[in-house]
Write a new protein. Structure first.
Lengths: 134, 134
């Protein structure tokens, strides 16, 4: 069902400072950066092997990532898996009792279809499913 | 400096139940399982693409993972990167001001050399470096 890890998402309070940190300390460079005002975030993708490190920062106003950082601090936020058929994956997860945040796939960045699975019932891990454009 | 993601480590309270969960819900199978009494943990590796999902559970007595779960609950714990030369990587990180938990590489499972980097000074993310055996 799962193809590979698409990305590991890290919540950061300051995207520019964090991109400097990841370049200088870890040698990782940004390949894509995008503001998503609807979700109150700005994200950046840093390629590593077949996956990415994703940095997510709150836009002005906070949003869910701002509240997450207030409550838990900066750090690991979620893991995203590539699936071939996100509709089939969601139907399968629902049949197995997983708690879906998104009952149906929705458009993400870069032409992807995405859906989130709730950490409750998944051993505390927030999961994003991603279907790449054909 | 970094080759790829070796694994994403998830803290779980019950390894057997979690392996069942990952098999039934996510279709991931365990390839290696090991008790590490010195660290008070049992770990299991689930291959996915070029990386692994690692489940870590506390042995009787709790240890650092038991205390982590008490404080934060089950969930994402750390991220591990493959490096070619772990000695050079640690020296470089130290020169850049990273806070090393292990100043020198130490033996991990499967003949690997490993070292941990503290989340303080790394935007809240605990990192493990891994050099595979030659």
């Amino acid at each position: 069902m799962l193809d590979r890890i698409d990305h590991v998402a890290l919540a950061v309070s300051d995207l520019d400072a964090s991109l400097d940190h990841y370049r200088e300390v870890w040698g990782l460079e940004v390949s894509h950066r995008e503001r998503i005002p609807d979700e109150g975030i700005e994200e950046a993708m840093l390629p590593l092997g077949e996956s990415f490190i994703q940095l997510i920062a709150p836009l002005e106003g906070g949003g869910t990532i701002g509240r997450y950082i207030e409550r838990r601090g900066e750090g690991l936020h979620h893991i995203a898996y590539v699936v071939e058929d996100i509709g089939a994956a969601l139907a399968g997860l629902k049949a197995k009792g997983a708690r879906l945040i998104d009952e149906a796939p929705r458009p993400g960045g870069s032409g992807n279809l995405i859906a989130f699975v709730h950490p409750a019932g998944n051993r505390g891990v927030l999961v994003e499913l991603i279907q790449r454009p054909a």
